[in-house]
Design a protein around this ligand. Structure first.
Ligand code: GDG
Length: 734
């Protein structure tokens, strides 16, 4: 086996590739992600899988070969995309559907089936390219919203590979996400990962809420149980390459350094003696960044506090982005017009209020801007994190300067010492800007030092490491869970012991073990396949086959009228043996009339729930209720019935989306014990799926074969996925 490696997957490779007259130029790109991943990527034989930025149509086969060989030297592997792929997967589904939807721009979101289909196909291309690189023991880290389906696509073919997924943009609240036609597919796609990371806890809880409500999965704190796996969800606020910005700023501030043309122009406006100040904003030209809002708010500021005219200048760098998507074209036009109008309105012979650059600047000029700005005005209307805010802080080597940051940026969650504003309030904007411009130096420094300390410690490399450590830890989590999986070898061992045995007890729980749960408990009637299976076990004279259930006697009587199986109902109150019903426990039921009205108030207040009245117990089912409301109500119910329970010798059982109140003197364990004592069995096998079945597992002799259906914590020896597998296993026995 080769050394395990990490495979990084993102839409774009961290390379700039240009081809002119068949001449190939490749240089590393300098984005935040590329920096953060640098050590992960270069470690061992790490690989980065992504698109080169050049479509298939732009490359002839010879040139493609050349590109592939060249990028292989950079440990990169290309995913080949056509013009149509880019049109529909990238510009289309990623940037006209997912991007606006996840940033709460519903009015910009289009839902095109054709684009979705291409998105699925292109995600498959990425997954296939990754799969080709995978060796046993490797780790895969998939990035961002363009590749939401990739984790599941990889997991399907490589179930033992550890996969991480990080979303760089917000995850919207359930109320937004539920409007999305492919919501289940996207969630399931992400659940292929073993660890899912977000920038903030808010995105994490929005995601978990959708998981609970849309897929109706069990979520325990930040762990999701899904098929035979546990998936961890956590927040990892992305940092920056702090040292790089700090050092660049130090070098820039060095007197002996020659000044750039941009710096000379900036200097013309900076004059602390005259209280002339520079305000800076830097963003990709994107409607999520709140650019028009910012300009209008700046206009409002100049009108509200006219004393700042000729004193402040807003330097606004907007980097061209996705400029062939209609909303971006519109945004560019709107921005141009607004800047023109405001400059027209306020400019004097010696002063233009807004300096507006629509272009990308080289890194050194970026540093000119950051180091010259007295105030950074970072006011997106939505932003996953926002690294610009952090970069500004990292360049303030004199610890002066003020950061004004929108509450709607993920970065606001960890940058409390910035001046946080609601970007939709012009008053908030204007007053905060005034406060920033007047802030005493001492206060600036205190705030800046706090901000710097955190950013320095939790830089982008640390971020990547923490994510990978957490991802690594999920391997152990999976091992704990799957250690008990009933393997083929276990199954054949059980089968051979079964064949050798002379007197066997086979105890089978019914719901969730032999049949799958449905929304209505009456739909779980036995089917023909099940009857055949049970008949085969029953006719074998060496077997004592017992179906054991919390269901009431009447239901089982009806369902198994013509069948000779032994039955235990009502959690162990009744036993049908050789077609005779005997009462195993004598119980009082007067408490039920007192409890029923209480339970009814819960049903009234919790849509989707209902009460099942059994002979000896009352069950409150909440399978179709809102999962979060149900969680609150179960806690309430526990408190309400606790006093009643103690006085009446009752107990409250939590089953699978059901709470049941019944006498403490009865449970499946006691019934199991009684059955075990009836004969001298040399083979005991027990199957069950929920909490109430744990009593059986507890009572079972140590050499019994106890099997839990589903992957929850259990006292059973083995675990098996679902009733389908249980049936297949039992079929094999005859
Ligand atoms: C997405 C999420 C999340 C900008 N102009 C120039 C330039 N930049 C660099 C900045 C910064 C980066 O671009 C922008 O990063 P942001 O984080 O601010 O925003 P997005 O591009 O929208 O990124 C965002 C991020 O992913 C990471 O997870 O924070 O929320 O939307 O590094 O320095 N760089 C150069 N010239 C420029 O003109 N060289």
């Amino acid at each position: 086996m080769s050394n395990p490696k990490t495979i990084i997957v993102s839409n774009r490779l961290p390379l700039q590739i240009s081809i002119e007259d068949d001449k190939l130029e490749v240089s590393p790109s300098v984005g935040g992600l590329a920096t953060g991943m640098k050590s992960v990527h270069s470690e061992g034989n790490g690989v980065w899988v992504g698109w080169t930025g050049i479509t298939d149509e732009e490359l002839n086969p010879k040139l493609r070969d050349k590109v592939e060989k060249r990028i292989a030297e950079e440990q990169c592997v290309a995913v080949n995309l056509t013009e149509n792929d880019i049109e529909e997967y990238y510009l289309g589904f990623s940037n006209k559907t997912l991007w606006p939807l996840f940033h709460y721009f519903m009015e910009y979101t289009v839902f095109e089936t054709k684009e979705w289909e291409t998105y699925v196909q292109v995600n498959q291309k990425f997954a296939d390219a990754v799969i080709e690189q995978i060796n046993e023991g490797d780790t895969v880290w998939v990035h961002d919203y363009q590749l939401l389906l990739v984790p599941q696509m990889i997991k399907a073919k490589k179930p033992n590979i550890t996969i991480g997924f990080f979303l760089h943009i917000p995850f919207p609240s359930y109320e937004i996400f539920r409007t999305f036609p492919w919501r289940s597919e996207v969630l399931e796609g992400m659940l292929g990962a073993d660890l899912i990371g977000f920038h903030t806890y808010d995105y994490e809880r929005h995601f978990l809420s959708s998981i609970k409500r849309i897929l109706r999965l069990d979520v325990n704190f930040n762990e999701i149980s899904y098929h035979n796996r546990v998936i961890k969800v956590d927040s990892f606020p992305m940092g920056i390459d702090y040292q790089k910005f700090w050092e660049a700023a130090l070098k820039h501030n060095n007197e002996t350094e020659e000044k750039s043309d941009l710096q000379k122009r900036l200097d013309e406006h900076i004059d602390p003696k005259q209280n002339k100040k520079l305000i800076l904003s830097i963003d990709r030209m994107d409607y999520t960044k709140g650019i028009p809002n910012r300009i209008k708010a700046f206009e409002y500021f100049l009108n509200t506090y006219p004393e700042y005219k000729e004193k402040v200048r807003l330097v606004m760098l907007a980097v061209p982005s996705r400029s062939n998507v209609p909303q971006y074209i519109k945004l560019k036009r709107e921005t141009d017009e607004l800047v023109g109008r405001i400059n027209g309105q306020f400019a004097t012979v010696s002063w233009t209020p807004i300096w507006y650059f629509y272009r990308s600047l080289p890194f050194d000029n970026l540093i000119d801007l950051y180091t010259s700005a007295d105030v950074a005005l970072i006011t997106p209307v939505r932003d996953g994190m926002n690294l610009v805010a952090k970069e500004y802080v990292a360049t303030r080597t004199n610890t002066d300067g003020v950061l004004i940051l929108s509450e709607m940026a993920g970065a606001a969650k960890e940058m409390n010492e910035a001046l946080l504003i609601n970007p939709n309030s012009y008053d908030d904007f204007a007053d905060t800007l005034k406060r920033a411009l007047q802030m005493p130096l001492a206060e600036q420094k205190t705030r800046m030092k706090f901000l710097q300390k955190r950013l320095k410690r939790y830089d982008v490399e640390k971020w990547a490491k923490e994510f990978l450590n957490a991802l690594n830890a999920t391997k152990e989590l999976q091992e704990v869970i799957v250690a008990k999986e009933l393997t083929e070898a276990d199954a054949s061992k059980i089968k051979s012991d079964y064949e050798k045995a002379q007197k066997r007890l086979v105890l089978l729980d019914y719901d969730g073990t032999l049949t799958t749960f449905t929304d209505n408990p009456q739909d779980a009637k036995p089917d023909n396949e099940l009857f055949q299976l049970l008949d085969t076990l029953e006719v074998d004279s060496k077997n004592n086959l017992v179906l054991i259930s919390g269901r009431d006697k009447e239901t089982f009587k009806k369902w198994f009228k013509n069948k000779p199986y032994n039955l235990v109902t009502d959690h162990g109150v009744w036993l049908r043996h050789n077609n005779e019903w005997v009462e195993l426990e004598r119980l009082k039921t007067d408490w039920m009339t007192r409890l029923l009205p209480i339970l009814e108030t819960f049903v009234d207040r919790t849509p989707g729930t209902f009460i099942e009245r059994k002979n000896y117990s009352l069950a409150w089912h909440y399978r179709t209720a809102d999962p979060e409301l149900a969680q609150i109500r179960t806690t309430e119910l526990k408190t309400v019935v606790t006093s009643m329970i103690a006085n009446n010798d009752l107990s409250l059982l939590e089953g699978n989306k059901v709470m049941e109140i019944k006498s403490s003197n009865v449970n499946k364990g006691r019934a199991t014990n009684k059955l075990l004592m009836e004969a001298d069995y040399d083979f005991v096998m027990i199957f069950g799926d929920d909490w109430t079945d744990e009593y059986m597992f507890e009572e079972a002799p140590s050499d019994a074969y106890t099997v839990k259906v589903g992957y929850k914590k259990t006292k059973a020896r083995y675990q098996i996925k679902s009733p389908i597998q249980v049936r297949a296993f039992l079929k094999e026995l005859d």
